[in-house]
Structures are given as structure tokens and as C-alpha cells.
Ligand binder design. Sequence first.
Ligand code: PMP
Ligand code: GLN
Length: 384
Amino acid sequence: MTKASLINSKLPRVGTTIFTIMSRLANEHNAINLSQGFPDYGCSKELVALIHKNMLAGNNQYAPMPGLLSLREAISKKMDCAYGKKHDAETEITITAGATQAIFTAISTIVNPGDEVIIFEPAYDCYAPAIELYGGKVVPITLQFPNYTIDWKEVAGLVNTKTRAIIINNPNNPTSGVFDKNDLLQLENIVRNTNIVIISDEVYEHLIFDGAQHQSVAAFKGLAERSFIVFSFGKTYHATGWKIGYCLAPKELMNEFRKIHQFNVFCVNNPIQQALAEYLNKTEDYLTLPNFFQEKRDFFVDKLNGSRFTIYPSKGTYFQLLGYEKISRENDVAFAERLIKEFKVASIPLSVFYDKKEDNKVLRFCFAKKNETLLSAAEILKSI
Ligand code: PMP
Ligand code: GLN
């Protein structure tokens, strides 16, 4: 027996995530870390005090399996206000350990061996491995560079009787693109009269700029009736380390989702749920997010003025794409590594989000940072 013979890898092609690699490299080289997406400033002190209050009050034991009812009710109210869709708090909402767990559980709920799942590339990294783990086949569709638009005719052409699900991410990480109403109407048309389930990753729902409105699948009847919709409090409350989010789906889908959720996590952090149930009613906190992040985006882009990087439009999320084709012909992973080691700025190369590692010489930079951090990074980037 060798140690290796104990393992028959279910994910032979998978390594460590790019976020882990780049953050580690940034720390090792003392670089400004604009790679992994997380704020470098604090979250609401009031919210932290509420969590603390709940811990002191003794709310430290298991929460109910699907999540605290008061929090689910607050989410239901929020969804109704924002998208005009009523989700039943009892049967259609589950609190999860972040969006990652919600997405993983949704995929495990519906994907059987041989099923096809359409994803759009560049794709956030947690979709494909989960599909493969359950024996599904990933069907990637490439967004058209440089605008990263979707050709819905191509999507319609790839749908067949084996298509089990389509995963969308809007606003989109890593492209920073957002869907307009027409995109969702096209998707609604494609799935009409099929059994296709939609997994809609909407963790950046409030990070949308220039006056655009977030188009949630919740607002489209033909999509909401077949969708798992996923959100993350980590994004909304500048607290990615809390790993708490939620998933919405029609009762029948949610019932199956919970069968898996209960044996995977059972329930998530109780005092944070208690605090969020109260805090979520403060709508001004998340309604001011578009302005807050738009100012950061504009600050960063303004400070990059005159640099040799190509600045792509960022319509949502807290990411800015920069092209370096005028600076170097290196591949994007090598260039991103050199940027850390030689110039002390960390970013994420986009090729890692493609199955075929398509390299358009584009890097992703996170602008959820203090202005002083953004200024220091921009000054370095401008000097290259
Ligand atoms: N989906 C997307 C598109 C993300 O960018 C992220 C993380 N930033 C997640 C899901 C995961 O969210 P969480 O940290 O709540 O698991
Ligand atoms: N979602 C974050 C990003 O895109 C990373 C989360 C993680 O490290 N898994 O940067």
C-alpha cells in the first residue's frame, strides 16, 4: 500500500484556487493585495455590536435547520420590496454557510450523472468542480471578448434534452458585466417548456453602477419558478469572513435542497443570524452600496489615468479589469506573478476562469479597498 493508492481523485484536474494562491503570494512578497475579493476596511460597528449582544444574551446554540425564521422573514420582505416577488419564508428560503455552500448544495440537488450544465466563461471558479463531482458534464459558453456579451442564439443552440441546468452570475465576477432586462427575457424564452433549472448567483446584487437596476431572476415569472437564487451577506455587509448567505427556490426545489443541506451543514451560525434578522431592516445600509462602490471604482480609474493598461468598463461587482497587451506579451498568469514579485501589486489573471485557459492579457483588480490602498496601487500600475 502506498499513500497515493488510498486516493482515487474525484477531481483530478483541480488544484488550489487562484484566490488562495494569489493572496498567499501577495503576503509572501508584501504586495498590495487587489487579487482575492475582500474589503480592507471595517464593517458596520452597529452590526458587530448586535452579534456581540446576541452572543452575550445566550443565543449560542443551534439555529433551526433552514435558518432563523425571523431572518427568513426579513429576507422575504426585502425580496418583495426589491423585485416584487413573494418567497414563503417557511418553505422557500434557506440560510447557508455563504453563497459557495448554497451553490454547491443546489448543484448537488439537481445534477445526476450524464446531465449537462451550461456555464458562461470566464466563470467563477466553484461551479465546474461541483458539477463534475456529481457526474455532470460542464458545457462552457465563451462570453465574447472584449465586451463579454452573451450570444443567446448560441445558448439556445446548445440546449438539448440532456441540459439539466444553466448557471448565471449577474452582476458578473470576473467580467464586471451586468445583464439587462432583455438578457433575462431571452433566457426565459430559451427555458420555456423545458425542465431546465436555473442557478442564479446574484451575490453582487447591490454592486451595480451608473444608475442601472439589478435584474434578478426573481422578477421574471418564467425564471423564478425554476430557479435557485443565491445571495451572500459577505458582499452586502463588507464581511466576507462571516461566510453567511442564503438561497431561494420554489418549495419543491427547496425541499430537495434541504434534504442535502441538513446532512452537509445542518444549520449555520446562530448569533449572526439573530443580528442580521434585525439589521436587514435598515435598508439604507445596502441601498447606498451602488454609490459607495461606484465612488471607489471612479477613484481607482481616475488615478490610473495615463497608464499603459487598457481600462475595461466595470458595470457591477467590485472588480476592475485591466488589459496589459501594450506592456507585455507574457501569459497572464506569468505577468500577474511578476506584478506581485517585481511591482508589489496582486491581481487575478482571467485565463484561470476558462476551461481552455483563454488568455486575452487581462487581469482583475478588486477595488473594495481604502482609497489610500487604491492610490498606492494605481501609482505603481501607472509607472509600469
Ligand atoms: N459567487 C461569486 C460570483 C463570488 O464572487 C463569490 C465570492 N466572492 C461567491 C459566489 C461566494 O460567496 P461566499 O463568500 O458567500 O461563499
Ligand atoms: N469571491 C472572491 C473573489 O472572487 C474569492 C472567494 C474565495 O477566495 N473563494 O475574489
